[in-house]
Design a protein around this ligand. Structure first.
Ligand SMILES: *Cc1c(COP(=O)(O)O)cnc(C)c1O
Length: 393
């Protein structure tokens, strides 16, 4: 067993706010937090070069685990061998879905550096989700240190081939053994890692998308902007329907009028119409994507007018009829940029750019992935290097 100490001046001390959720009061005094590291003695077989690395199927040797209780706040951070966990069948997460998750990636650059892409954005969003879901916020410095140290320990699992990366999945679950409905008093925060192959092994092929006008995913005032399992279970029925019709993903419309564009399954959506880039505004029912924010910044730098606003699906249909719907693409950590070749809305089929990837979509893909891998100079300060500190511990 090795002990590794991180220093932090943020300590989670729970207090109740008016809605009965926890707020984190921050103590200013200097504190030392210790991440205990227990290295696995039975290292698993790592995938070989050329293995397909289907998304989310292989997990590394270690995981990060931290507990929360009312008395101690977030405490007992540990990196331990990846394995099953034991929790009560009555744990609240199973019954009322109080859980939050995140998704980000680590890359190994050509120069051997290990880079995380905008992890602070994910940490900030995790705490926004936590806040909405009445889960106590996680101190940012502990969260970042946990990501770095876990990736450092399992760095030999980061695949290096084109289009591959190490997918990082942090999540929190409510663990009180209790069937009453209220926010839990205890939680587990866990981070697991999964090497993943290129999202599209055959290259950047445009996908077919079904515009859903029956089921809805989220409404304003609900949990649509939080990254949480509840939004995904709400989406599965429509996803099945779209699959049965031969479409790979669903494009959601707003939950009230079913006419304003929201987002795709696990991606935000962009349209290039008559030279302008348009994307739905963050109105509370869609996820504020890190890739979305990055793409907006890049497009503006390149001189494209970018509009974040309400988009009526009818407006898109009209633009398509007039030949002005030039490109459509989704943005998300998993695929980075996913070009859309066909949209189906009611009985209307809209083929985009002859079903081929557009020029701007390709440039965005090349630029974002280039920055992620350290091949293109990171002028925005988006990448965070995982430094080596554990060698001597
Ligand atoms: C995670 C997610 C996205 C994409 O966000 P990124 O930060 O770009 O990965 C978009 N929509 C939903 C519903 C998501 O869960």
């Amino acid at each position: 067993m090795i002990k590794f100490y991180i220093e932090t001046n943020e300590v989670a001390v729970p207090t109740f706010n008016s809605s009965g959720c926890y707020d984190i009061a921050r103590k200013d005094e200097y504190q030392t937090m210790e991440i205990k590291i227990i290295k696995s003695t039975e290292l698993k077989q790592k995938p070989k070069k050329g293995d397909s690395l289907k998304f989310g199927t292989i997990f590394t040797d270690h995981m990060f685990v931290m507990d929360y209780n009312k008395e101690g706040g977030w405490n007992n951070p540990q990196i331990i061998p990846y394995g099953d966990i034991s929790i009560a069948p009555s744990a609240m997460v199973f019954h009322y879905g109080q859980e939050m998750f995140e998704g980000l990636k680590a890359y190994k650059g050509d120069d051997g550096r290990i880079l995380l892409f905008r992890p602070l954005k994910n940490i900030e969003r995790a705490n926004q989700s936590n806040n909405r879901l009445c889960i106590p916020e996680i101190p940012e410095d502990i969260f970042l240190e946990a990501l770095k140290r876990l990736v450092e320990i399992d760095q030999d699992w980061i695949p290096t081939e084109e289009g591959t990366s190490l997918y990082i999945r942090p999540f929190v679950i409510a663990t009180d053994p209790f069937l009453g409905v209220r926010p839990s008093d205890t939680y587990k925060f866990i981070i697991i890692l999964s090497p993943s192959g290129p999202y599209y092994p055959e290259g950047l092929n445009p996908v077919k998308i079904w515009v859903e006008d029956e089921y809805v995913r989220a409404v304003k005032g609900g949990i649509g902007y939080a990254k949480t399992g509840g939004n995904y279970v709400a989406s599965m029925k429509a996803q099945e329907k779209a699959h049965a019709e031969g479409y790979s993903q669903v494009l959601w419309l707003d939950g009230i009028e079913r006419k304003y564009i929201e987002e795709v399954g696990a991606m935000n959506i962009f349209f290039k119409v008559d030279g302008k880039v348009i994307t739905p505004a963050l109105s509370g029912s869609i996820l504020p994507g890190v890739t979305r924010a990055s793409v907006i910044e890049l497009c503006r730098e390149w001189g494209y007018p970018v509009e974040e606003r309400r988009i009526d699906v009818e407006e898109l249909y009209e633009a398509h009829k007039q030949g002005k719907l030039e490109e459509v693409w989704g943005t998300g950590t998993a695929a980075v940029i996913s070009p859309v070749g066909l949209l189906r809305w009611k009985d209307h089929l809209m083929t985009i750019n002859h079903g081929k990837i557009g020029e701007l979509s390709q440039k965005l893909y090349d630029t974002v992935t280039g920055i992620q891998r350290g091949r293109i100079e990171d002028t925005h300060g988006w990448t965070v290097e995982v430094d080596s500190v554990l060698e001597n511990v």
